[in-house]
Design a protein around this ligand. Sequence first.
Ligand SMILES: Cc1cc2nc3c(=O)[nH]c(=O)nc-3n(C[C@H](O)[C@H](O)[C@H](O)COP(=O)(O)OP(=O)(O)OC[C@H]3O[C@@H](n4cnc5c(N)ncnc54)[C@H](O)[C@@H]3O)c2cc1C
Length: 427
Amino acid sequence: MTESQKVTMRIIVVGAGVIGIATAYELAVDGHAVTVLDKSAAACEEASFANGGLVAPSMLLPFAFPVETGNVIKRFLGTGLRLTRRPWRSLHEIKSLWRWTRANGHDKREGRIISGQALGRFSAERLQHIVEIFQMEIERSEGQLVLLRTEQALQHLELTLEALKSQGIACKTLSPEEARKQEPSLHAEPPFHAALWLPGDQVANCRQFALELKAITQKMGVKFQFGAEVQELSLQPRPSLTVANAQGTEVISADHVVLCTGQAPLHLLVKHPLHIPMVALHGYALSVAVREPLNAPRSAVHDIHDDLTINRLGNRIRVSAGAELGHKPTMKDEKVVNAMYRALDRYFPGAANYPAGTQVWHGTRHTIVDGLPAIGESGLTHLSLNIGHGACGWTWACGSARMLADQVSGQPSALTTTPFLPTRFLR
Ligand SMILES: Cc1cc2nc3c(=O)[nH]c(=O)nc-3n(C[C@H](O)[C@H](O)[C@H](O)COP(=O)(O)OP(=O)(O)OC[C@H]3O[C@@H](n4cnc5c(N)ncnc54)[C@H](O)[C@@H]3O)c2cc1C
């Protein structure tokens, strides 16, 4: 398509998390006039606020997929036991767990991991491109070290390792001594059997990147409205959105709408033939200032047994852990919060400066049951989606945004779009 053939549109993006901001940027690059609406008072107030920071094309991220071994019952029980709040006490949680586990049988899982890795790699390239062209100075470090306590844990990763190989993603199995060369401050005490070293994974500050990209998009002409909750969406004959804001209610029209709302907003999709089955997995992140850099992690350390990551973000360390299904509890789970402090002190004693202040954040991974996000045309004219990135939203953000913009702008995509199309859920 030549420059003169490009059709430019007035596009409303709903949601100013990392996905909405990256999407607005890519649509503006293609020449569209973009307005972003968000119900919060500022950008990145929900899932993109303080996530673990791992950009991991390897897909070795906690809770990206349910437990993989055994038949559906074994996987169901195994995943339930891995969750930090047991899901057996409410029918809603049991149903969510069942849906998530049933959708992830062996037959489909490998293909999805490969699709997720391909999107992760594409995304990392796009992130690098954006960081370079705008000379962004965001907190970043390279590599992920995955600690494996037993030989059995290594064997459990067989499928993932095969997928890594088939995708050409570098991964080296290390002895504990070799692992400590990658992360010299890792304490000698906690024993582990082996580690995986993934040099292509990285840690980067998601919120810092998104806020910088927001400022860049504003200079490109993208408009942002905060405190603007989209309450109704009508698509025919042209899209119009009923938006509640401080002034009352207003109707905003556009040529096209992109929902980047994290979860599938059922109240907006109520009359539409799309049913996207999702589970909400709540988790925690502890941020602490570094006291002594020599004692702190260099990049990402992932205790796969406890589904916990300890990552370096500039002058801070961020520990992320925990998974609770269903409705978000109002109280934080002290058991998980204490486990995060203990893990940090066990793996990196003396690294944290607790008196300088700590932050414990409780966020939600909105996950589509098959583990892949919904990116692209919704099956309804004038409406596209970029939602459901679950545990991998930062990893997939820049690639998902480019893939979405290519579809909206009628351009070929660098990746196969089929596994991600929202229309896989058309009723
Ligand atoms: C504990 C934890 C750790 C994580 N660690 C990692 C990690 O290490 N690596 C990784 O890749 N991912 C990680 N994730 C996942 C990642 O944070 C998310 O997938 C990602 O932030 C999702 O971004 P988003 O923009 O889709 O959603 P959000 O950031 O939630 O943004 C959605 C926005 O839509 C707005 N919105 C919703 N409905 C409406 C409406 N009707 N009208 C107007 N606005 C609306 C909301 O206000 C919100 O601002 C983690 C998540 C959690 C919870």
